[in-house]
Ligand binder design. Structure first.
Ligand SMILES: [Zn+2]
Length: 74
């Protein structure tokens, strides 16, 4: 398993990772929903959250859009 800071830097080009665990809560994005996507690999969070919003809410976010959600949380 790669160190999370390496993952952040490599996959999101994000220089200061404060927290390894990345978490997106569906409710925070305006849905009446208790779905939570969390993982210590941001890529998995992007995949999980994107799949969920597409399948459950019929809204397809791009990978880049979800990445912005994650970055803005910090
Ligand atoms: Zn949801």
């Amino acid at each position: 398993m790669l160190h999370c800071a390496t993952l952040w830097t490599a996959k999101l080009n994000f220089m200061s990772a404060m927290d390894c665990m990345v978490k997106l809560v569906c409710k925070d994005y305006g849905f009446e929903c208790n779905f939570v996507a969390d993982d210590d690999d941001p890529t998995n969070v992007i995949v999980k959250f994107g799949k969920h919003t597409t399948e459950e809410h019929g809204i397809e976010y791009s990978k880049e859009a979800i990445m912005q959600f994650i970055l803005r949380r910090s």
